[in-house]
Design a protein around this ligand. Structure first.
Ligand SMILES: Nc1ncnc2c1ncn2[C@@H]1O[C@H](COP(=O)(O)OP(=O)(O)O)[C@@H](O)[C@H]1O
Ligand SMILES: O=P(O)(O)OC[C@H]1O[C@](O)(COP(=O)(O)O)[C@@H](O)[C@@H]1O
Ligand SMILES: [Mg+2]
Length: 358
């Protein structure tokens, strides 16, 4: 049985993408007569016809490699069906290139945006299989995405290291971690690193409560420090009615790159305590995947190869209750898995006296 497989990675990169690509390829070569076409830079390559034939050798030596050997992009954004200034019909272009490449199926490794287009292409009659990657862990229908736990390891190391310098100086340290809509990374790294205050997009915070917590810690000890882990998309309760764009515009008016910087200023202004901001940024997405993510990405990749073998298309791979399985693309596309405000981990942290600024 011969299968010609197109493969692309789309959206923000993360550790484990290459391990997953390798898993798909190795298992496919084992299980059936496989041919691979590597599509460059996500859907951009599929639209523009930027692709190359790949051989078994291309998939060797990449298990531990960070990033993606295929390249990735976030363009063109959002509405694939909308014809913009370039006058390109993106959906038709993708379908035409799929045909031109003589593909039996397309494997897309990506996050929420990627899955929306994967579903759209499946609706258009293409054979598509998704693989859930993202450091945000916000894909519906899977307990975990690959890339997430490596990012947790890195972010936790940041929180650990900031602890020692915060302690030496008796400072308040505001650590901004990645996650615009979903606070999973901040929650996991915040709890694992022993942060005193954890601020998530899912739980809007009250500035006065945050300050009260910092002051409580200062009163308890003569020389005290506080660690605040804040997700980049966190915001105050009084901003809840605003759209993200409006919140960002307000921050910009005051020359704050993000809420973390504004919060640091407010804390320093109201408490007199020296406050610093730390933004590890894309460092959280770089480098080699952890053993956990290598294993997860490999399992996911091999599972995808089995879906191809069975011609079970229109699915995305998932982990539920410790088992690898799959979800139909329409069931998960367009949904975001956010942190429930009463999630067990949140509750455990609350019970230990960690503040969520509520
Ligand atoms: N709302 C959307 N509908 C359809 N396709 C989208 C949408 N948002 C993003 N995409 C496509 O998926 C790609 C990756 O999306 P993005 O949101 O940047 O990353 P991720 O897939 O990691 O969440 C984009 O470059 C675009 O081609
Ligand atoms: O890489 P960019 O475009 O600066 O985007 C940053 C965003 O990408 C992420 O790192 C990961 O997002 P995706 O996995 O959904 O692409 C977010 O946490 C962060 O908000
Ligand atoms: Mg995403």
């Amino acid at each position: 049985m011969k299968r010609r497989i197109g493969i692309l990675t789309s959206g923000g990169d993360c550790p484990g993408l290459n391990a997953a690509i390798r898993g798909v390829a190795r298992a496919s070569y084992e299980l059936f007569d496989a041919e691979f076409v590597g599509i460059a830079d996500g859907y951009k390559g599929l639209i523009e016809g930027d692709y190359r034939e790949m051989t078994e050798n291309d998939f060797k030596g990449i298990l531990t490699l960070g990033g993606t050997i295929l390249g990735t992009s976030r363009r063109p954004y959002r509405n694939m069906r909308k014809i913009e200034d370039d006058n390109i019909n993106k959906v038709e272009a993708m379908k035409a290139n799929y045909k031109k490449m003589k593909l039996d199926c397309l494997v897309t490794l990506g996050g929420n945006g990627t899955h929306k287009t994967a579903n759209l292409l499946a609706e258009e009659g293409l054979n598509v299989i998704g693989l859930p990657k993202t450091i945000d862990n916000d894909i519906w229908g899977t307990d975990v995405t690959f890339g997430f736990h490596t990012a947790v390891d890195i972010a936790t190391d940041v929180v650990d290291r900031i602890h020692t310098t915060a302690n030496s100086h008796g400072r308040v340290m505001v650590i901004e971690l990645m996650g615009n809509k979903a606070g999973w990374l901040t929650l996991y790294a915040g709890v694992s690193g022993g942060a005193d205050i954890i601020l998530l997009p899912e739980i809007p915070f009250d500035l006065e409560k945050v300050i009260a917590m910092v002051e409580k810690r200062t009163k308890e000890r003569q020389r005290s420090f506080s660690i605040i882990a804040i997700a980049e998309g966190a915001f105050r309760q009084d901003e809840s009615s605003l759209k993200r764009k409006e919140r960002l515009a307000r921050l910009k008016e005051h020359n704050y790159p993000s809420t973390a910087y504004q919060l640091a200023d407010q804390i320093q202004g109201q408490t007199g305590l020296e406050t610093r901001v730390v933004v590890p940024g894309h460092y959280q997405r770089g480098g080699s995947p952890s053993p956990y993510d290598r294993l997860l990405a490999t399992q996911f990749g091999v599972y995808a190869a089995n879906l191809i073998k069975d011609e079970n298309y229109g699915q995305t791979v998932a982990m539920t209750g410790g088992k690898v399985g799959h979800n139909p693309l329409p069931d998960i596309a367009g949904k975001t898995k956010l942190v429930p405000p009463h999630h067990q981990i949140v509750q455990a942290a609350r019970d230990m006296g960690v503040s969520f600024g509520e």
